[in-house]
Design a protein around this ligand. Structure first.
Ligand code: SAH
Ligand code: SF4
Length: 435
């Protein structure tokens, strides 16, 4: 069910991205991968380590009211106290009630909160809001994947929902743009505009629940069952906000998604990985993509700072990883770049060397305008997968989802600017210099 909520869903059969059409890749993709996929879901497809300073918070609301979404329960209690709406004795309990309305029932209007007194509801209305990001555009792919372009604080970012037979995965953004510059990723061509706030990160989940008609939170039969921090941005460069947001998402009295159903993907921000395990405790995915220094330095330039061995050591030390909760290595298949048989053998060797409880997701590269790579031949992707499987490691080939609406991994970008190759190179240099 789709609730109205300022949401216009436009089914598209060819790409429309901010008014521009770009068709053709989808047909190509369907021909190449449509029938030979091993798994249905797209890849399970982003503080202290910030390479460039960015403002953490979005602009305050014009009406001066404070958004309660994204605040912890103690923060809500403190806000009630500061607003003179509860005394110290009541604040905790009121915060618990409000929390339940917001995260369990999806209420956005204080008038709905009928177990609160009328004067309290009016007081809340005057000083607070329960906000949502604004939906600028919504698209539905021919394969059922949905993409939303969202706006808050004047900036735009994207989220994607990937329905599947046995689960529904929401791919959540952590930043507007990205400071990093993986050369095969469309988001990497954007400047980092800013980090998203906890409210904006949780807000994506709330909005998806709105759109799927999934309030109140029910333990059974939910469409939205999994979350992957694999949208725009590098989550470990926005650690505090991502942690605070995911804690809210995991809270049993609210959105109640188990940490086992949440995956955080990093391109390899080594110094933050242990904290992610300790303070968030979700599943880890690592964007490895190459097994030699030379190739990884080129395609994931963060490798020049944190090399492959250092990264694998951090994986070996990741708290909570075991055979039941494996680390996912994402490996985008780029023709003649990282897809040779020797690369597959080396991948097996490296994983064994560190004795990692691991699985590998092979992602056929998703094209975007101006990119300089090609998707590997399907036969070579299959050979690669077979080699890794023979090495005792699961290595399914992921079927691209939502390519027709530019919603597949690495195709998210919220501005429609068209950049020349020289400008793309200049931006990459600039980002690298900032690291
Ligand atoms: N910044 C984080 C998470 C977001 S990207 C990270 O890099 O891990 C989510 C996944 O999509 C990553 O594994 C990323 O490397 C991969 N990806 C990026 N561009 C892609 C593309 N064009 N085709 C396929 N996968 C891509
Ligand atoms: Fe940023 Fe991830 Fe894209 Fe790399 S792959 S540029 S880290 S979003």
């Amino acid at each position: 069910m789709i609730l109205p909520l300022r949401l216009v869903v436009k089914p598209t059969d060819s790409l429309t991205i901010v008014g521009r059409k770009w068709a053709g890749f989808e047909q190509q993709a369907a021909l190449r991968y449509g029938r030979r996929t091993m798994e249905n879901l797209m890849t399970i497809p982003g503080g202290p380590a910030e390479p460039v300073p960015v403002p953490r918070d979005s602009a305050p609301r014009a009406d001066g009211r404070v958004d309660l979404v994204g605040l912890s329960r103690p923060d809500i209690a403190a806000a009630l106290l500061a607003a003179g709406l509860a005394d110290a004795r009541q604040a905790k309990m009121r915060a618990r009630q409000i929390w339940s309305w917001i995260y369990n029932r999806g209420a956005t209007d204080f008038a709905q909160m009928t177990d609160l007194s009328k004067p309290l509801r009016e007081g809340l209305e005057a000083q607070f809001v329960v906000g949502r990001p604004e939906v600028v555009e919504a698209h539905v792919s021919t394969d059922g994947t949905r993409k939303w372009l969202l706006r808050s604080g004047g900036e735009e970012y994207e989220m994607v929902f990937i329905p599947d037979a046995d689960r529904g995965t929401l791919c959540v953004s952590s930043q507007v743009g990205c400071t990093l510059n993986c050369r095969f990723c469309f988001t990497g061509t954007m400047k980092l505009v800013r980090n998203l706030t906890p409210a904006e990160i949780v807000g994506q989940v709330m909005l998806a629940r709105d759109a799927l008609g999934e309030w109140p939170t029910q333990p059974e039969g939910r469409l939205l069952t999994n979350i992957v921090m694999m949208g725009m941005g590098e989550p470990l460069y926005n650690f505090d906000a991502v942690r605070d947001a995911l804690k809210i998402v995991m809270d049993g009295d609210g959105l109640a998604l188990s940490k086992r159903r949440i995956t955080l993907s990093t391109s390899g921000v080594v110094p933050m990985m242990a904290r992610a395990g300790e303070e968030i405790g979700v599943n880890l995915a690592v964007s490895l993509h190459a097994v030699t220094k030379e190739v990884r330095d080129e395609i994931v330039p963060l490798n020049r700072k944190y090399g492959i061995y250092e990264l694998l050591e951090a994986c070996a030390a990741y708290p909570g990883a075991n055979n039941a909760r494996r680390i996912t290595f994402e490996y985008v298949m780029l023709k003649d770049k990282n897809d040779r048989d020797e690369d597959a053998h080396e991948l097996v060797r490296l994983i064994r060397l560190y004795n990692l409880p691991a699985k590998v997701n092979l992602i056929p590269w998703n094209p975007w305008p101006g990119a300089q790579y090609e998707t590997s031949d399907p036969a070579q992707v299959q050979r690669f997968s077979d080699i890794v499987y023979r090495g005792g490691i699961s290595a399914p080939v992921r079927r691209p989802r939502g390519r027709d609406i530019m919603a597949a991994c690495g195709q998210l970008k919220s501005s429609s600017e068209k950049l020349s190759r020289a400008e793309l190179d200049r931006r990459a240099e600039e980002k690298q210099a900032a690291l």
